[in-house]
Design a protein around this ligand. Sequence first.
Ligand code: AFP
Length: 335
Amino acid sequence: MNKAQLPSIESSRIAHSIGTALDRFIKNNQDQFAFASGELSQLLRDIALASKVVNREVNKAGLIDLMGAMGTQNTAGDDQQKLDVLANIRFTRALAKGGEVCALVSEEAESYVDLNNEGKYVIAIDPLDGSSNIDVNVSIGTIFSVYRRKSSAGTPIQEIDILQAGSDQVAAGYVLYGSSTMLVYTTGHGVNGFTYEPTLGEYFLSHPNMRMPDDGKIFSVNEGPSNSFSQPVKDYLQFCKDSHYTARYIGSLVADFHRNMLKGGIYIYPATAKDPAGKLRLMYECNALAFIAEQAGGVASDGVQRILEIKPDRLHQRTPFYVGSKNMVEKALSF
Ligand code: AFP
């Protein structure tokens, strides 16, 4: 009797391989991580699980009264949407149950949240970014940064645990709830993207070793407040137009970043008269995307220095943000 050959199973034309599931990928790659790799793996799995629940709720939102405002405001004074609050609960609960996280910084909470004091990790998260797009069925996202706590497990959380520079991130990622749902993350060894297969309830590796093109022709900026942009920013935008670049702006940072990551482009949110320090939040929006951009060959700056070098002095600190393809960001910074 002939034995079945593995290669013929792998290349079968009637049952195509669906690729590597996220769980297996995390497990296969955990040796790359210098510290307690099993714990970081568990934490990433907890985030993935919560994102699946949020994905389910985002998809059903219009049907089960999850659209619209809560009637409350977050730390930035923005109206909280029901899905913002729900996503915050889902991620916080998953990370609390997982037990690996000692403290969580969220856009939706004024102060950091204590979780398991024995946990070795600190998370900064924007549970649902782009919430003004929720009600109109446009892509939204989740952004997260993972840090090792500096103080010893079991001791009280200190400021040095929470206010870490982006360069201290040990992992970061985003989830894009778009035409398909994707989880993209890095642990500092390149960037990998996984697409959610809803009938199997699993993420599968669809974008291995993602690289951001060095050049591109897309610029993403809300030009509404452009009268108050600085002259160099105005000049760079004029350069983009003179160069016949394409303007693309969704208003959901994850979606704009992801498009530019795949196609090549630059995302800019500069200082404006309304937001003199920029609008975007360093700890749970910019740091994660800066880490991913750099890992994929891109550049992220506040206009003066690398985003990852900024030492935050408060949880909800804002920063101007220039991120994207290397040559485009360097060109913008040269103005
Ligand atoms: P919201 O979550 O309040 O919609 O903010 C989204 C966001 O932080 C980011 O995702 C967008 O890129 C940016 O703000 C959009 O800001 P503008 O509406 O000022 O263009």
